[in-house]
Design a protein around this ligand. Structure first.
Ligand code: ADP
Ligand code: ZN
Length: 215
């Protein structure tokens, strides 16, 4: 299956996308993670992307589309997380997938209200190595500040600082919300309530996927 996971920053896309991908035996592609890895490695792409990311702005479509194109699976299953974030990106993705005769099966929309998002984003630290999120309160209570998943270092993302959080939510509403309309107009969206425990939300997503492709 080829799935796009849509939703605002802080909705839990990363956590859920990696679980769905593992369950389906599909590839998990997270543009935010790819960009952060490029920035950490100091590549030309990473350096030019970093200033956009730190401010909470979108990296230009041309850069993102080029970056994702080379990573799309060859007709196999995949879960896209953090992409597409603009209608132009969604159109480019459809074009590529049509060319590969491997169209998108489903756009899953994780719905979380704004107040909850602000609270989640301003209270989180993430593992620098595997991106696992932690509540800041928990994170600071940890004796060594390391990730319980991989031992990586926990950091507060530059774009999780209050000013950048507000900006990211505005950018999301202006540039990314129209992507939901784009997929709705072609009847490819399933909406899922993103408030609840990781397990609860995961079960809702699983049910939505099953409904789309009953076995
Ligand atoms: P979140 O969903 O929590 O905002 P991500 O890790 O998905 O975080 O993305 C972090 C940043 O990376 C974004 O704010 C943006 O600057 C950049 N980015 C990631 N994916 C895209 C994309 N598809 N188009 C443009 N910029 C992107
Ligand atoms: Zn980790």
């Amino acid at each position: 299956m080829r799935i796009v996971l849509l939703g605002p920053p802080g909705a839990g896309k990363g956590t859920q996308a990696s679980k769905i991908a593992a369950n389906l035996g599909a590839k998990h592609l997270a543009t935010g993670d790819i960009l952060r890895a490029e920035a950490a490695a100091g590549t030309t792409l990473g350096k030019s992307a970093k200033s956009y990311m730190d401010r909470g702005d979108l990296v230009p479509d041309k850069v993102i589309i080029g970056m994702i194109r080379s990573r799309l699976s060859d007709g196999g299953g995949m879960v896209l997380d953090g992409f597409p974030r603009t209608v132009a990106q969604a159109q480019a993705l459809d074009q590529e997938l049509t060319k590969a005769k491997a169209p998108l099966d489903l756009a899953l929309y994780l719905d979380v209200d704004r107040e909850e998002l602000v609270s989640r984003l301003s209270n989180r630290a993430v593992c620098a190595r595997c991106s696992k999120p932690f509540k800041l309160d928990d994170a600071t209570e940890r004796p060594k500040d390391v990730c319980d998943n991989c031992g990586g270092e926990l950091q507060v993302r530059e774009d999780d600082r209050p000013q950048a959080v507000r900006h990211r939510l505005r950018v999301y509403e202006e540039q990314t919300l129209p992507v939901l309309g784009y997929y709705k107009s072609s009847g490819r969206v399933a909406e899922v309530d993103g408030v609840g425990s990781t397990e609860e939300v995961g079960e809702r997503l699983e049910a939505a996927i099953k409904q789309q492709s009953p076995v």
